[in-house]
Ligand binder design. Sequence first.
Ligand SMILES: Nc1ncnc2c1ncn2[C@@H]1O[C@H](COP(=O)(O)OP(=O)(O)O)[C@@H](O)[C@H]1O
Ligand SMILES: [Mg+2]
Length: 635
Amino acid sequence: MEPLSEKSADSGVGQEIVKNLALLEGEDEYLMELATKLAQPVQVQSQSSETTSMDLSDSLVEELAQRLEKMQPSAQPSVAQPAQPTVAQPVPQPAELPPEPEVDLHVKMHEMISSMDETVQELYTRISDLEKLRAPQEFTEYCVFEPPPGYQELERYWIHKPFVWAAILYSPERNERMYYLVEPALTVGEKTALEILYQNLLERITYDPRIKDRDRLLEAKVNEILREYGIVMTKKSIQKLLYYLKRNYIGYGRIDGLIRDPNIEDISCDGWNVPIFVYSRKYQSLRTNIIFTDQNELDLFVIRLVERAGKQITLAKPTVDAALPEGYRLQATLGSEVTTRGSSFSIRKFAEEPFTPIDLLAYGTFSSEMLAYLWLATENKKNIMVIGGTASGKTSTLNALSMFIWPDAKIVSIEDTRELALYQENWIPSVTRPAPGDRAIDMYDLLRQALRQRPEVIIVGEVRGKEALTLFQAMSTGHTCYGTMHAGSIQEMVHRLEGEPINVPHHMLAALDIVCLQLLTYFRDQRVRRNQSVVEIVGIDPATGALRTNRVFERNPLTDEFERVGESHVLREIAKERGWSALELEQELTRRRQVLEYLHRNNIRRLNEVASVFRQYYYEPEKVMEQIASGKLRV
Ligand SMILES: Nc1ncnc2c1ncn2[C@@H]1O[C@H](COP(=O)(O)OP(=O)(O)O)[C@@H](O)[C@H]1O
Ligand SMILES: [Mg+2]
């Protein structure tokens, strides 16, 4: 027999039951009574005569026993009036008990307990039924919701309790899922009050950065206006009005709920009379119930959205690429000239986490040996250019390689749109500003500006115009430079650099040390991004004047493996500069490869984690190697 003390857990259950049943208000009196009794703890003594806390009231035990008896009238006749001796008084030593009653007692207790288990089980079932009934009440406290005809509800979840929630719906007929944003429903009176508030609030609330609690201020103003207009409303109605005011003044208006929903990654509006689509982590692309039917409303919405991102959109310049204060990427168009369905916008809520060298290793874009080589080259101030076709992963590789730059380097980066994310603190990121006439700031302006800041390292997002010449001049004057360029081969790169309109003088190209050729290709029917080859620019052949290149690594397209195909001039140079022997150089490469492989094996690939290891390695390589050897690397 189980020790009785284990059943004391029933006390908690009992109280829980009472609490839940109280919500029911007399739904089932019998259960209520039973539960109340269950909740009362009583001191009793167990069989072994040790005092145990047992949470059965004697009357309940009695009652259960009686019920048991009624159920099996002939099975246990001796259990007729038995309950009191068991629980009411201390039970005497087993030895003093007559053998017969002891067995009876055991059997009886056992049965009572199993009967009680059933009752508790029954109560649990009822509670969960009640919970199910009660939950929708919470969801509809402020909101009214009826799925559109033909749709079933798959799931609902809170976005902003108790005002906003989302329902994921499914139509078996159309085989389509839909995202339904549910917001508070307003009565006619509430709508009128909201209109009045809109008209009056703007002039009464002036932006004051000293005011910390804007919610309280808004609430006070709302009450003030309502009082002036003699509008009397319930607290709940006022809550609804405040919700809408905050949504529209402080939040993102009609798409506020979508912005707040952490399950949504992208929001896109393709025009008026087209529903807004979202990209959900769990359900992928979903049509929503939000739709701008008024062209003017959508235009205004887009203008405000762009303003919030600190830029301007006009019919004269109808496209904008910007970042919202939360860091979300916004793309917007105004009017129907460029986008025929009217103004449009798309918001990418999650900036992709930048690639680290460990990501490149994990994706098979580089081998650990190549990365160790590039790490050593970067740390020793060699200039690197990543070239390749569109979307071959140039920028991602550039960002990853930038992590190899020594931690206290003074870095300036130049891009058209912010894509790079570095961990180094002494870093000035800059972006171009497209604008009509001389208000525009292009890469060339930024680069000249950057040089005045005396950077050690310059990173150019994508080299394509006259800034290239300045970049090569910077390389020749001892700055370490990294960049990407759209070119399918070294020849094409050289051709573009030397030709119009860039015109880099031939001899200046020798300032570049390493070129990485990226490729978007197929391997066994899989689309993969690979580094096709790593080529060094050795110098200019004095006899022919040709650019001398040296292929160091090459990818074998049949096996998808990387091979070291040549001796590296860059490494030899580094060894010379550092005073390393050939052996010491190889050892250094091996150590770095081990670090990279360790991180890969242990799936340490996030920017901050990887950065912390690189930083540590820069200052205390031995310590990192020791930690790796003992398998205890701190990140
Ligand atoms: N090595 C890689 N492995 C897998 N995906 C990659 C890799 N590099 C980039 N990508 C993905 O490919 C897309 C294009 O990458 P990006 O670096 O912007 O290319 P590019 O600068 O060449 O146009 C991005 O979505 C990125 O996440
Ligand atoms: Mg790019």
